[in-house]
Design a binder for this molecule. Structure first.
Ligand SMILES: *Cc1c(COP(=O)(O)O)cnc(C)c1O
Length: 405
């Protein structure tokens, strides 16, 4: 792995490539100030001073790699970027104000008017809005295809296709895209593959090692992991990230605040422990739900009944913390489960230590036309749980109340 030399003049420790993921999570990217602090410092400063006019000129010209201004970069955000790059096995990382800013930077950095995106139909709602309402204004079109239908991805490609965009596992049905196969198809058509790695994080899945060109993150979710701050990142080769993506962000201003970077940097230290524990709890809960008489169907990649179980277990080291399930009955039966919860939080957010429950058809997917939503398998009887760190027995008790047993 080569190190990034993105703006900021930050030189990561030379021993980084040899270390395992646990070591990288707590040590990669650390730079100490003159005070020798053990825990990473939070640099709340908008600008940086120069020793001389000549140094100022060299910094602005990019000949001196030191810091200039925190919209460009900041030592705390650089530490976060270097640590996440180490965990994803990426040459380069740029942090962003939110997950949506990461996706915006990807498309604004890489696309021209007239270019074409092929994207999976089951995308985060704001991503679909961004593509359909705003990219379209600038002449960038998007074709949506079924996540698992490789022929559909192939057939959607045209002469101006520049980008494939996919989330895997998908929300809320945890469908799995074959990252290696999609990367091959994208590359055969001269396009890049971007994977939104929000649901797995590098703790469970490393898309770049499977052939993806770019990884986007909502750091708001599992990277922080404790529901505190907004953030995001894009990772990949320096030739894509340093310029044009970083150049776009520096000028557009959707960069990560140092405070948020510091919070998420500390979140990364426990990311692997949380993802392993939350995935195991999710599988335990999914197995229990599958055996429950009031439950019709359960979706979790680590269940043997998952249609792409084998692919998921090849591509991911665990199933992730999202479990969706269908109850017998309709909206009433589903809402009864939600309303009986005392431990699970009724919120559409995910990636927290606290488990959350949501009814996608009336919340996250509520604006989608009924027929389209039903065709996508997101019916009135579907519920989604993002499993946190509570005791599974307590979550079971909470759900059993609404399931009527
Ligand atoms: C939340 C989310 C986003 C957007 O991230 P924000 O930090 O809320 O901007 C993008 N993709 C997925 C899969 C998400 O869950």
């Amino acid at each position: 792995m080569t190190h990034s030399h993105a703006p900021g003049g930050f030189e990561p420790p030379a021993d980084r490539p040899e270390a395992g993921p646990g070591t990288l999570a707590v040590r990669a990217g650390t730079v100490r100030s003159a005070f020798g602090e053990h825990s990473e410092a939070l640099f709340l400063t908008s600008s940086f001073v120069f020793d001389s006019a000549a140094q100022a000129a060299a910094r602005f010209a990019g000949d001196d790699p030191g810091f200039v201004y925190s919209r460009y970069t900041n030592p705390t955000t650089r530490m976060f970027e270097e640590r996440l790059a180490a965990l994803e096995g990426a040459e380069c990382c740029v942090s962003t104000a939110s997950g949506m800013a990461a996706i915006l930077a990807t498309v604004m950095g890489l696309m021209q008017a007239g270019d074409h995106v092929v994207a999976s139909r089951s995308l985060f709602g704001a991503t679909t809005q961004l593509f359909d309402r705003f990219l379209a204004k600038f002449g960038i079109t998007t074709t949506y295809v079924a996540l698992t239908d490789l022929d559909a991805w192939r057939a959607a490609c045209g002469p101006r296709t520049r980008l494939f965009f996919v989330e895997t596992p998908s929300n809320p049905l945890t469908e799995i895209a074959d990252i290696r196969a999609l990367a091959d198809i994208a590359h055969a058509h001269g396009a890049w593959l971007a994977v939104d790695n929000c649901f797995c994080t590098p703790a469970l899945q490393r898309p770049l090692a499977l052939g993806a060109d770019l990884v986007t993150h909502s750091a708001t979710k599992y990277l922080d992991g404790q529901g505190r701050v907004m953030g995001g990142a894009v990772l990949g080769a320096a030739r894509l990230i340093a310029d044009p993506l970083t150049a776009f962000l520096r000028n557009a201003g959707a960069t990560l605040a140092p405070f948020n970077a510091w919070v998420i940097l500390k979140g990364l230290e426990t990311l692997r422990l949380r993802m392993v524990a939350q995935s195991a709890a999710a599988l335990e809960l999914a197995t229990w739900l599958e055996a429950h008489p009031a439950v019709a169907r359960v979706f979790h990649p680590a269940l043997a009944s998952h249609p792409q179980h084998a692919l998921a277990m090849r591509q991911q080291s665990a199933g992730g913390a999202i479990v969706s399930f269908e109850v017998h009955g309709g909206r009433d039966a589903a809402w009864r489960v939600v309303d009986a919860c005392r431990t699970l939080s009724i919120t559409a957010n995910l990636g927290d230590t606290r488990s959350t429950i949501t009814h996608p058809a009336s919340t996250t997917h509520g604006r989608i036309a009924v027929a389209t939503r039903e065709a996508a398998g997101i019916g009135e009887r579907l519920l989604r749980i993002a499993v946190g760190l509570e005791d599974v027995a307590d979550l079971q008790r909470d759900l059993a109340r609404g399931l009527g047993s």
